[in-house]
Design a protein around this ligand. Structure first.
Ligand SMILES: Cc1cc2nc3c(=O)[nH]c(=O)nc-3n(C[C@H](O)[C@H](O)[C@H](O)COP(=O)(O)O)c2cc1C
Length: 138
C-alpha cells in the first residue's frame, strides 16, 4: 500500500526568467521537510508540443502526464496578472489531463500588493468545476 501523498506542484507562470522559479524553490524546501509527501513538479511550459523541441522535453512531458494522472493532491504556485491568473495556467487546466476530481488543491500565490489574492480567488471558482477540495493558507 502506498503510504506517501503524491503531491504535484504546478507552476503558474511560463514566462522566461519568471519569478515563479524562486517561489517554487521556497515551496519545495518547505514540502521536502515533510516525509508524508512524495513531491513532483509539473511545468505547463513543457506540456504543449512545440515544433523542433528537444527529445528531453517530450520525455519530461510524458513523465509529467504520469504524475498528473497519479496525483493525490495538487499545489498551484501562481502569480497574479491583471487581477487574474496567467492564461497559460488556464490552458493547462483546460487541456492537460490530470486526476483533478475530488482531490485537494492548495495555493501559493505572489504578485504585487495583493500577493496574488485575486488569482487564487479566480482559481477557486474554476477548479470547483472539477469538484476539488480547497486548502487555502495565507
Ligand atoms: C502581464 C502582467 C500583469 C500583472 N498584473 C498584476 C496585477 O494585476 N496585480 C499584481 O499584484 N501584480 C501584477 N503583476 C506583477 C506580477 O504578479 C509579478 O511581477 C510576478 O512576480 C510575476 O511572476 P512571474 O515572473 O513568475 O511570471 C503583473 C505582471 C505581469 C507580467
Amino acid at each position: 500500500m502506498q503510504d506517501r501523498i503524491r503531491l504535484v506542484l504546478i507552476y503558474g507562470s511560463v514566462r522566461e526568467e519568471r519569478f515563479c522559479d524562486q517561489v517554487v524553490a521556497w515551496a519545495r524546501e518547505q514540502i521536502e521537510q515533510r516525509s508524508e509527501f512524495e513531491l513532483s513538479l509539473v511545468d505547463p511550459a513543457v506540456m504543449f508540443r512545440q515544433p523542433g523541441e528537444a527529445p528531453a522535453i517530450a520525455e519530461q512531458r510524458y513523465q509529467s502526464l504520469q504524475q498528473l494522472l497519479r496525483a493525490d493532491a495538487f499545489l498551484i504556485v501562481t502569480p497574479e496578472y491583471n487581477h487574474g491568473y496567467p492564461a497559460a495556467l488556464k490552458q493547462f487546466i483546460d487541456e492537460v489531463p490530470a486526476s483533478w476530481e475530488a482531490r485537494p488543491v492548495g495555493f501559493v500565490s505572489y504578485g504585487g500588493v495583493s500577493g496574488g489574492l485575486r488569482a487564487v480567488e479566480q482559481l477557486r471558482q474554476v477548479l470547483a468545476e472539477s469538484s476539488m477540495g480547497f486548502v487555502c493558507t495565507p
